[in-house]
Design a binder for this molecule. Structure first.
Ligand code: PMP
Length: 427
């Protein structure tokens, strides 16, 4: 059962009268946690025959055998005990080697680049994010989040009692020239004495936007000027279509900069269910991070760390084939939808989502429900991604080609044919 399925089953229980008594004495920050905007659409569409589900941010391929086998061998060998809070040394070394291969030797000033001491193994990227936020913000603090953004940024910030400040990005242009960009002035103007950090997710879930080198330089300059932390979610940093990797804070920072990187094994190696990732942070924070791991999950199971180690050491073909597969789907969707005057989107440069809006749709929830009813496609409503998400919907295209061909066909038909036209959906 997926997380979304489980949420859908629990929802009726949680909204019952009896629940009120239990909830009354809970902390306000947990009571105000926003619900996943995807669950409602999922509930609505989950039993539809033949529906193609594109609402969740993961691919449809299982983890490659060589990775699973490493974990199985570890279990069979009895690696079933408590382990290092920071991660087993072999995995930290593998992360360090992997980062050096993918990102080069980025730091200036004699600092040892990508030393294993910078890496802390976590229970997925989500746990890395949670630790990063926990270290820098609490009650009454603010964290700036350019939107559209992955909803968990908001949830994780609210869970520590801090406030996410939604900074809409700009969506401009028409047709193939549509693009997203950061409003750097608005970010600068939104900094207050309570601001502690800026979240920068590039390549972005849900838009596929990639920060330019200049964007990253400007953000780092702002962070330096105002003593802010950067929470750099670069999990899709290598999941890009036009180059080897996206620009990174690694390219511009030095050892004294306050940058915390969120990373994960989930996407590149098809390991979403493993719940393993890492936080990259200044080594000086080691014992703090170790404490936060100890007092939350107490570490990542060793067999999973063995799987992650071989994924990083031997998984380049997996990464390359996942990107190739997604690229074909991206091109297909962009080609078909790009011809329809009623739909607009910025061609995703990275990650595996198409974030599009349909002319005439005023709110994304209704649009997503209509896509279930009328097109047999399950999408995530853009409103789940903050104010920048407005009337968009997100489609995850990390799926087998036949599904995407069928999605393209259904969308095309639903939209009333190529080039738009009057026979489109009733919005
Ligand atoms: N950051 C972003 C932008 C994501 O899209 C995700 C997963 N959807 C994560 C972090 C966390 O990944 P995980 O917890 O699965 O490792």
């Amino acid at each position: 059962m997926s997380f979304i399925e489980a949420r859908a089953i629990l929802e009726p229980i949680e909204s019952s009268q009896e629940a009120e008594d239990f909830l009354r004495d809970l902390r306000p920050e947990v009571l105000v946690l926003p619900e996943s905007g995807i669950v409602e659409v999922f509930n609505y569409g989950r039993n539809r025959q033949g529906l193609i589900p594109l609402w969740v941010g993961e691919g449809d391929l299982p983890t490659p055998d060589f990775i699973c086998e490493a974990a199985t061998r570890s279990l069979a060998a009895g690696e079933t005990f408590y382990t290092y809070q920071r991660g087993v040394p072999e995995l930290r070394q593998a992360i360090s080697d992997y980062m050096r291969r993918a990102y080069g030797s980025p730091f200036i000033g004699g600092f040892v680049p990508f030393s294993p001491e910078r890496f802390f193994v976590t229970n997925g990227g989500m746990h890395a994010l949670q630790i990063a936020i926990r270290m820098v913000a609490g009650s009454n603090d603010e964290i700036l989040v350019p939107t559209p953004a992955w909803p968990n940024f908001f949830g994780a910030i609210i869970a520590v009692g801090a406030s996410p400040i939604d900074i809409p990005m700009c969506f401009e242009g028409t047709g193939a020239a549509c693009r997203w960009s950061l409003d750097l002035d608005l970010i600068a103007r939104s900094i207050t004495p309570r601001t502690r950090a800026v979240v920068v997710n590039s390549p972005s879930n849900p838009t596929g936007w990639i920060a330019t080198h200049a964007d990253i330089e400007a953000l780092l300059a702002l962070a330096r000027q105002h003593d802010l932390w950067i929470i750099a979610d670069e999990i899709y940093g290598r999941f890009v279509y036009e180059s080897d990797r996206a620009p990174s804070f690694h390219d511009v920072m030095d050892a004294s900069d306050r940058v915390l990187f969120v990373q994960t094994l989930s996407k590149n190696w098809a390991m979403t269910g493993w719940r393993i990732g890492w936080l990259e942070a200044p080594p000086e924070l080691g014992s703090i991070i170790e404490n936060l791991v100890q007092y939350s999950t107490s570490g990542v199971p060793v067999p999973l760390q063995r799987g992650a180690t071989v994924a990083l050491q031997q998984g380049e073909d997996t990464v390359a084939s996942q990107i190739d597969r997604a690229r074909v789907n991206r091109d297909l969707l962009c080609e078909v939808l790009g011809h329809n005057a009623r739909i607009s989107f910025a061609r995703p440069e990275g990650a595996f989502y198409l974030f599009c809006k349909v002319e005439g749709a005023v709110e994304s929830r209704g649009l997503a429900l209509q896509l279930v009813d009328q097109a047999g496609i399950g999408v995530a409503p853009g409103s789940a991604f903050g104010s920048g998400g407005g009337n968009f919907v997100r489609l995850c295209f990390a799926r087998k080609r036949e599904d995407m061909v069928e999605v393209a066909r259904r969308l095309e038909r639903w939209l009333g044919g190529l080039g738009g036209g009057s026979a489109g959906p009733n919005l």
